[in-house]
Design a protein around this ligand. Structure first.
Ligand SMILES: Cc1cc2nc3c(=O)[nH]c(=O)nc-3n(C[C@H](O)[C@H](O)[C@H](O)COP(=O)(O)OP(=O)(O)OC[C@H]3O[C@@H](n4cnc5c(N)ncnc54)[C@H](O)[C@@H]3O)c2cc1C
Length: 382
């Protein structure tokens, strides 16, 4: 019978979840001199952070400005410095591109929506170029002759989120973060309204670990709900299953092209990723023929040449959605547990601002952006 080993590790802050959100917070804290440990039950980029399309796109869907739009644009504005820091520390490139996103419309309803976006955003002084179908086709070869209207959104960027997930971890390690992979957090030990420690099991060694710290951050994506439930908290989260396809195209795609839920994103060279689907089917992660068919229909409608592209692979991921679709950010109960989860479709975009605000909270007790809307306690009365 294998012997179970047990040991205790101590840090200033223990973060549960080493996806983009947990790793970005870890880096920010470590750069401020905090001793940080990150526990993750899988491998780098294993979940939503590795499955995403990598769009840094606050503007594309904004019909009316609201505080969430401000949070998203604040994060987009932090991106260049964030990428420079990660690339310098890790020595790796994440292919961050600021060439804009092309929103395209074929039917009347889509044209009306783009008109609405154009009117509202130009009124706010946001940079946006209105193109006829012909102008759009001159910019991006292979677009459908059916496209009637397009908007070139300068402020929507993209990067390779798989590279970012790995580079962030390397940067974190350089800054002193201790990552514990294949280590599953199971329960919290709470005393006097404070988390004293997190119990975990390290799969490879079969050993039980105790992580004690002054503060804890719950950044376990879709699985935050189950961990919060062990504390009697209801986070009202649900996984939103999304599928993606990778192709090799004949020509390089110059920018993201998008129509509603369907998009094609460049991934360097002639590699593109196409998405997506959105289904609420629990923690199921299958890639289905139906899902791939609906992505193909959606993207070949806007770029018919994609039907001729070489298929490379397909995958799926679980977006951490919440009841109101807003992230869950800030201190909750117990007192020293900070929540950084529920980023739904925007976790890649929101990583820099989340890291900034959560580290401000932990270092100073307050944040430079109001977080009431995102409070973990907002689901209490439900
Ligand atoms: C198909 C798809 C396309 C997307 N496209 C975009 C996009 O273009 N732009 C954008 O901004 N966002 C996009 N998203 C959303 C984005 O991927 C997520 O919001 C973001 O990755 C969430 O990051 P996270 O670190 O919170 O979660 P995750 O990346 O899921 O990380 C959570 C981590 O917690 C770990 N964990 C879970 N339970 C435990 C436990 N008990 N103990 C220890 N560790 C645990 C997991 O192993 C995992 O590594 C997309 C998502 C999908 C699925």
């Amino acid at each position: 019978m294998a012997q179970t080993l047990s040991s205790t590790k101590t840090a200033d802050v223990v973060i549960i979840g080493g996806g983009i959100i947990g790793s970005a917070i870890a880096l920010r804290l470590a750069r401020s001199g905090v001793k940080v440990s990150v526990i993750d039950r899988a491998e780098p980029g294993a979940e939503a952070s590795g499955a995403a399309a990598g769009m840094i796109a606050p503007q594309g869907e904004m019909l009316e400005p609201d505080p969430f739009f401000e949070l998203c644009t604040a994060s987009r504005d932090l991106y260049q410095d964030f990428v420079t820091e990660v690339e310098d520390l890790s020595g790796e490139r994440v292919n961050y591109r600021r060439d804009g996103t092309l929103l395209v419309a074929i039917d009347e309803h889509e044209c009306e929506e783009l008109d609405h976006i154009y009117t509202n955003q130009t009124r706010l002084g946001l940079p946006l170029e209105r193109l006829t179908g012909e102008m759009a086709r001159k910019r991006v070869a292979g677009l459908s002759p059916q496209i009637k209207l397009a908007l070139l959104v300068d402020g929507d960027h993209w990067l390779d989120n798989v590279r970012l997930a790995h580079a962030l971890i390397k940067a974190g390690e350089k800054a002193g973060v201790e990552f514990h992979w294949k280590t599953t957090a199971t329960t919290f030990e709470v005393q006097g309204g404070r988390v004293e420690s997190v119990q975990a099991t390290a799969d490879q060694k079969g050993s039980a670990l105790t992580f004690s710290a002054h503060n804890f951050v719950l950044a376990a994506g879709c699985w935050s709900k189950a961990l919060a439930a062990t504390l009697g908290l209801n986070l009202e989260m649900e996984p939103c299953h999304g599928q993606m396809i990778e192709f090799e195209t004949r020509e390089e795609l110059p920018c993201v092209v998008r129509s509603g839920i369907h998009y094609v994103v460049p991934r360097g060279g002639r590699t593109v990723v196409a998405g997506t689907t959105a289904e609420y089917i629990g923690y199921e992660k299958a890639v289905t023929a139906e899902g791939l068919e609906s992505i193909m229909q959606g993207v070949s409608r806007i770029a018919p040449l994609l039907k001729k592209a070489a298929f490379r692979r397909a995958w799926s991921g679980l977006r951490p959605d919440t009841k109101d679709h807003y992230p869950i950010l800030g201190y909750g109960e117990p007192k020293n547990l900070v929540f950084a989860t529920g980023h739904f479709r925007n976790g890649i975009l929101l990583a820099p601002v989340t890291a900034k605000l959560i580290s401000e909270l932990l270092l100073t007790g307050s944040s430079s952006f109001p977080l009431e809307t995102y409070s973990p306690g907002r689901f209490k009365s439900n």
